[in-house]
Write a protein of this length. Structure first.
Lengths: 329, 316, 287
């Protein structure tokens, strides 16, 4: 399968007050053409840092290392800042968690759009305006001509997220990164925005990386899932593989913790014991070891191998055959 | 918006009335009154009583207050006790001198502060920011009159290239002579207005840079220059508009110390002399005038803010 | 209790770390400690700043007179030290006074709300509408010239900002659950104020107190310089500068020494205020 984005062995560390903290460790991840990849994890799992490093949005004290981050055949890591700016907002676009603060409060919606369009496309302001109206229409904003003249505070949260999506779509990007795009929105609006993303994915032929902590969101839109914890990818596979045949103890625990429609009345949901470790406390071993019911001495070891279950499905855990152990127990 | 402005003006009126009452009360409570200042112990009690009646001091306080207020509104500011001159005429000749000094200094300080503050804020933590910020924090600790003394020493006494007192050399009313007198107080005053404003602009810029929309703009491929000029600049400078209105009272009492050091014939030395000589009517007028300007200045700031900020203009 | 102790020790360590990490704040701390020490010890030191000596007027700094002599031959070093004592005393006492008034008014306004709040805040509005230097100058007329009155004048008219800050904080604290619970459970208002509100607004107060000292010292020096502050035979740094102005041509050191000391002192108090602010509001440091 052809890969649009391929991250090879990427690590991110923060250096503050002369202390270095590893945030993201040795990540290998790719996005295939025509798919929606979901990165799932609790807050503090490093999922946001991972995508922000692609977009050069990390603060100055962050250091990114990788064997290569290939987007559309070019290594982003090797590009100059100016070259990167040429693809940000054009070939790769990103939308964010909080649409309420993502727009400049003193700028009209129209000038937000026109600014982005003119930055990446050599067209006149008049043409840019026409395009902007068209984009607003496409993301489902009624009366776009009038809306162009309004300020962000005159829009609701859901409407602002639509504006941001319109901004992201202006130059027909190949990849859209959506960082928790629905977390700050009401439940009914969440569904609308997800539906819109899915429609645009098909219509615009645009791949999407969807970052979320909500497995419900994942189940409704993703093609493939990567589960992150403590700055590592614990398991990745197709949606079906992860949701119906999870291999990693963390993934299993995560799935057990969400209520399902067929959960019998009176059954207790299982919370994961312990709490998320802070990055500063993590060593080279498995970050989940302290909370894992199958943990052994081997889990603290530096090298945790990758178990391949299928062409698409892999996990990093010392236990290859957990199921067998579980059945035996 | 009109409704907001109207409400704001209505709110300012009782404040103004309270101010005049407070000023009047202060003067009525003062250990001496104008009559004491005009009379001497040698005068007969009858004479003193006559003077008292002549200036209306035999009437109850509230009547005196209304008469005084009436006079103020009609431009009748009364007379100085010490030199018996009309306060209105004194101020009419002095306020323009103060404005001629304060306005250019304020504008210069404003422009410099905006430039330096934006540079520092946009380069937070880098060398250029550290230099500008240190300059601001050190100058904030420097008394303006001290800087004035040092400049007088260097340019007036050592180099002997600039005059150190007044606005004109006697008998010389050329523009060049004026500028030679103007330069030192202008520099001192600019220096005095500068550090507070630099810090204000810098803090405002840094706050703007930490807003989410700046990160979003980066994600959409905006360059540093685009972010600074097309986004941060306008937003960071918006609160600084507030300060424009607040500069209004400075046009009268913004240079009391500097004017005194350089003997600049503005409101400053006039006020200081009035305070030293307990010249109540003069003090009163300046008190009311400057407070009124503060209130009006705040009003102007609010209205400007409301015109510039769409969130208020369109009622968020 | 043990945990609390540990926590407070940890906090204390953190504040020392912040103060000592940065060179400028380290120097500020050392300078202020030295200044306070000298000011406290001054009466016990062999310093005589009142003995005139007409044979040695306006002498430049030498081994006999470290800071030289003034226009009537008095030892300028002794005068500077004594001036510093006065400046520092005015600064600290005026700050204490304004802080106490500010907390009282702010608490009262924020906690009682309603009419009391409205009236108090209107008063603050009115007083703040008068340009500060003008106000303080006018008020100083009412008092006999002297050390106490200058302290009272400065202290009594610089509490408005603290009152505003405290009020704003109390208003938001009042909405917090633990305060609401306390008043629901019938805890007396006075106890709530003393046990909950005052400790909660303490950081704000300490930060503004630090820069409050700096402001008071600056104001005192300006008033004394204009001749409406400290009067002879007392002297403060501002007063010394006033005298220095008339001898500027012959004795620059008379202006340089107190001036530099004022700058250092005000800078140091401001600096420490900033460090404390960063300590209590870490978000500021991020910014």
């Amino acid at each position: 399968m052809e890969k649009l984005l391929e991250i090879k062995n990427m690590s991110v560390s923060f250096e503050k007050d002369k202390k270095t903290t590893k945030i993201v460790r040795n990540i290998n991840l790719s996005v295939n053409r025509g798919e929606i990849l979901a990165i799932v994890g609790e807050s503090g799992s490093g999922k946001s840092v991972t995508v922000k490093s692609l977009m050069s949005l990390l603060p100055e004290y962050a250091h990114v290392e990788a064997d290569g981050v290939y987007f559309d055949g070019r290594d982003i890591m090797e590009m100059s800042p100016a070259d990167k700016r040429k693809i940000y907002g054009k070939d790769i676009s990103m939308i964010f968690q909080d649409p309420m603060t993502a727009l400049n409060p003193l700028k009209k919606i129209g000038s937000h759009l026109i600014e982005v369009i003119k930055r990446h496309q050599k067209i006149s302001t008049r043409e840019a305006k026409i395009l902007a109206v068209k984009m607003l229409q496409e993301v489902g904003i009624a009366a776009p001509e009038e809306r162009m003249k309004q300020y962000p505070h005159e829009f609701s949260g859901g409407m602002r997220q639509r504006v941001l999506i319109a901004m992201a779509l202006c130059s027909h990007p190949k990849l859209l990164i959506a960082d928790e795009p629905t977390t700050a929105l009401d439940v009914t609006i969440q569904a609308q925005i997800l539906k819109l993303l899915k429609t645009l994915h098909k219509k615009e032929d645009m791949d999407i990386i969807l970052i979320t902590h909500d497995l419900g969101v994942v189940a409704s839109v993703a093609d493939r899932i990567a589960v992150m914890y403590g700055g590592r990818i614990m398991e990745q596979g197709t949606k079906e593989e992860i949701l119906y045949d999870p291999k990693h103890p963390y993934t299993k625990a995560l799935l057990k913790a969400i209520p399902k429609s067929d959960t019998a009345r009176g059954t207790k949901l299982e919370a994961i014991a312990g709490s998320i470790p802070s990055f500063a406390d993590l060593g080279e071993g498995c970050p989940f070891a302290d909370r894992c019911e199958h943990a052994s001495v081997r889990c603290k070891n530096a090298n945790i191998g990758r178990n391949i279950f299928s062409e698409t499905h892999s996990s990093s855990c010392v236990l290859k055959e957990i199921e067998k152990i579980e059945q035996g127990a | 918006m009109a409704k907001y402005i109207f409400k704001r003006i209505i709110n300012a009126i009782p404040l103004l009335i309270l101010i005049t009452m407070l000023c009047f009360a202060l003067i009525s409570l003062a250990p001496y009154d104008a009559v004491d200042a005009m009379t001497t112990p040698k005068m007969s009690p009858e004479l003193i009583e006559m003077i008292r009646q002549k200036y209306g001091y035999d009437q109850p306080v509230y009547i005196r207050y209304f008469k005084w207020l009436d006079g103020l509104i009609g431009g009748n500011f009364g007379y100085s006790i010490v030199n018996k001159t009309s306060i209105y005429n004194d101020l009419a000749s002095r306020i323009p001198n103060t404005i001629r000094l304060v306005l250019p200094s304020y504008i210069t300080a404003y422009i410099l502060a905006i430039i330096l503050g934006l540079i520092a804020g946009a380069n937070k933590g880098k060398a250029v920011d550290k230099i500008i910020d240190s300059f601001a924090s050190v100058s904030l600790a420097v008394p303006t009159f001290w800087i004035a003394m040092i400049l007088i020493y260097i340019f007036g006494y050592k180099l002997r290239i600039l005059p150190i007192l007044g606005m004109h050399t006697v008998g010389n009313s050329s523009l060049i002579d004026y500028f030679r007198h103007f330069v030192l107080p202008y520099v001192v005053l600019t220096f005095g207005f500068l550090p507070g404003n630099i810090r204000y602009v810098r803090a405002s810029t840094i706050t703007e840079y930490s807003e989410d929309y700046v990160m979003v703009q980066k994600a959409f491929g905006a360059s540093k220059a685009e972010i600074l000029f097309s986004h941060v600049c306008k937003n960071a400078l918006l609160p600084i508009i507030t300060k424009i209105g607040m500069a209004l009272p400075a046009l009268v009492t913004g240079a009391v110390i500097t004017e005194s050091v350089f003997g600049w014939p503005g409101v400053g030395p006039y006020f200081v002399r009035a305070v030293q000589g307990m010249d109540y009517p003069v003090i009163m007028v300046i008190l009311v005038l400057s407070s009124t300007l503060v209130i009006v200045g705040n009003l102007i700031s609010d209205i400007l803010y409301c015109v510039v900020d769409p969130r208020i203009r369109r009622g968020a | 209790m043990n945990y609390k102790k540990q926590l407070s020790r940890k906090k204390r360590d953190k504040i020392f770390e912040l103060l000592l990490k940065d060179k400028a704040s380290l120097i500020s701390v050392i300078f202020l400690l030295a200044l306070i020490l000298v000011s406290v010890a001054a009466p016990f030191l062999p310093l005589d700043g009142s003995k005139t000596d007409i044979l040695h007027m306006l002498e430049s700094p030498s081994s006999v007179h470290w800071f030289g002599t003034d226009e009537v031959g008095r030892d300028y070093f002794a005068r500077t030290i004594n001036g510093g004592r006065i400046s520092l005393t005015v600064g600290i006492l005026a700050m204490l006074m304004s802080t106490v008034i500010g907390i009282t008014v702010g608490m009262l306004a924020g906690f009682s709300g309603g009419i009391v709040d409205g009236v108090l805040m209107r008063i603050v509005d009115v007083i703040q509408s008068i340009p500060w230097l003008v106000l303080v100058t006018v008020i100083s007329i009412f008092f006999k010239k002297g050390l106490l009155s200058i302290i009272v004048v400065i202290g009594f008219f610089s509490w408005m900002e603290i009152a505003r800050l405290v009020r704003a904080e109390v208003l938001s604290l009042r909405e917090r659950e633990y305060i609401q619970y306390a008043s629901f459970a019938g805890v007396k208002s006075f106890i709530i104020i003393v046990k909950h509100l005052i400790p909660a607004v303490m950081p704000t107060i300490i930060v503004s107190a630090s820069s409050g000292i700096a402001d008071a010292i600056m104001t005192e020096s300006a008033l004394s310089f204009l001749g409406i502050g400290i009067q002879e035979p007392l002297s403060s740094w501002g007063k010394l500068l006033q005298t220095a102005q008339s001898n500027l041509q012959n004795a620059l050191y008379m202006a340089m020494i107190p001036g530099v000391l004022i700058i250092l002192t005000i800078f140091a108090f401001n600096k420490i205020g900033n460090v404390l602010r960063v300590y209590w509001e870490p978000r500021v440091s991020e910014v």
